[in-house]
Ligand binder design. Structure first.
Ligand code: ZN
Length: 156
């Protein structure tokens, strides 16, 4: 069962403002993660349905995303991987060994890898949780207009 209460507490613990940019969001996640995060754009060739990937190494976490996707989709894929990090997920749920090997050639390293998670079409608890958290982070990156200003809009 998905633990939505845990997702809400993770969001609260980040003490995010109503609106935040990706750079500041990464800094907050790095503080929780305890390591630097490096956004790594890749072509996505050979990725199939995988749209994002988190590679956890001893010193740094790489978040790979596809440059062939629209920018908003790229940001959502990044947020999905941030969700896995914040929820302290481990293990690979999407990639098989061959796919992982191909993807690692994209970033030119394989040693020191602690774990690897990817955003794809698999649906399991960890994927649902990461996706739910990604939407909550996206709300901060792209906040909706406040409806409290309707009086101002119509000059009431
Ligand atoms: Zn995932």
């Amino acid at each position: 069962m998905s633990d939505l209460a845990n997702i809400d507490s993770v969001i609260l613990s980040l003490q995010l403002p109503d609106a935040i940019d990706m750079h500041s969001l990464l800094a907050r996640v790095e503080a929780v993660y305890g390591k630097k995060l490096q956004l790594t754009p890749v072509s996505g060739k050979g990725w199939g349905k995988t749209t994002g990937l988190w590679v956890d190494t001893v010193e740094v976490g790489f978040i790979l995303y596809r440059t062939c996707d629209p920018v908003l989709y790229q940001q959502h894929s990044i947020c999905h991987e941030l969700g896995h990090i914040l929820l302290r997920h481990t293990g690979c749920t999407v990639l098989n060994e061959k796919s992982a090997k191909n993807l690692f050639q994209s970033i030119g390293r394989k040693r020191g890898m602690a774990s690897l998670l990817a955003r794809g079409n698999d649906r399991n608890i960890q994927e649902i949780e990461a996706e739910t958290l990604a939407f909550k982070l996206a709300e901060k990156l792209h906040p909706p207009y406040s409806d409290s200003s309707i009086d101002e809009v119509f000059g009431l």
